[in-house]
Design a protein around this ligand. Structure first.
Ligand SMILES: C=C(O[C@@H]1C=C(C(=O)O)C=C[C@H]1O)C(=O)O
Length: 278
């Protein structure tokens, strides 16, 4: 019988996916986070890297791989609120339909600050939406990374990603993972690899994923080089973007995940993870 995988195809998963050789009997489709969330929940796929909030909301029926995550401690660069007035003055924010996690994170962060702007779905470039009357725009993934760099770049020879300003062209970019770190001091876990409790992945698939990740992280400069052209970004920016991720769902990432879960989905079922290897 075939085991079906669903992969979010953003560049931040390239260090795992680029070298992945699917074992016999495993097929894969790709899409944006909300598509993969829906594909897992409808049974169209058997395993997917999904928005961590979807995993939390469905914790009664899902389990996650014990050692895979898309997490960061501090900035992420690709989960961005673009805004033209101070956060506490925002009245109307455009959300992307691609994301569940960043929307849930934004809701938590706004609530912590006692803010309640109107949140609406609207697609398009952040700058266009700001020009069209939104005073905040939430974007994720490759397009958010690209738009972040358009606003705060370019990166000079002596600059690092961390010395770039967070404003440009009249726009401020608030990195939501940084906001989470300021609030909690913990990593933020955006995605986990989840499956139904009664339908775990074949061990050969997980083994192949671990090997692919080892290869990808060991050749990060090449991975960055491969994706820089399509992103329209300098390879060193893409390389920094990638080495900044935490891909192993370690104890601090689980701590951040649990803390987020208690704030975003109070009363959720216990979070279940498969057995750690070794
Ligand atoms: C950091 C990111 O994480 C992604 C964001 C997600 C979401 O917002 O629902 C889901 C999966 C993550 O891989 C990103 O793509 O920018």
């Amino acid at each position: 019988m075939t085991y079906r995988a669903g992969w979010i195809h953003y560049t931040n998963v390239a260090p795992i996916l680029d070298s992945l050789v699917l074992p016999d009997g495993v097929t894969a489709i790709t899409g944006v986070p909300t598509q993969m969330n829906a594909a897992l929940m409808s049974g169209e796929v058997d395993i997917a890297n999904i928005s961590a909030v979807e995993f939390i909301r469905n914790a009664h029926m899902l389990e996650a791989l014990p050692d895979f995550s898309v997490a960061v401690l501090g900035p992420v660069y690709s989960v961005n609120l673009f805004h033209t007035r101070p956060l506490k003055e925002l009245r109307r924010i455009a959300l992307t339909a691609q994301s569940a996690m960043s929307v849930a994170l934004l809701e938590v962060l706004l609530r912590e600050r006692g803010l309640c702007p109107k949140l609406e779905r609207a697609e398009g470039e952040a700058e266009d939406l700001l020009a069209a009357g939104y005073d905040g725009v939430l974007r994720i993934g490759d397009s958010a990374l690209r738009e972040w760099y358009q606003v705060v770049g370019p990166l000079g020879d002596t600059q690092t990603m961390t010395t770039l300003p967070s404003t440009g062209r009249g726009i401020t970019v608030t990195d939501l993972a940084c906001e989470w770190f300021d609030l909690t001091g913990h990593p933020f876990t955006f995605a986990v690899w989840a499956y139904r409790k009664d339908n775990p992945p074949p061990p050969e698939l997980v083994q192949a994923m671990r090997e692919a990740r080892r290869d990808g992280l060991g050749h990060l400069a090449q991975v960055a080089q491969r994706h820089a052209g399509a992103l329209g970004l300098p390879p060193r920016v893409v390389q920094h973007y990638l080495w900044n991720f935490r891909y192993h769902l370690e104890a601090p990432d689980r701590l951040g995940l649990r803390q987020f879960a208690s704030k975003a989905v109070p009363g959720h079922a216990p979070l279940c993870f498969g057995k750690r290897p070794g």
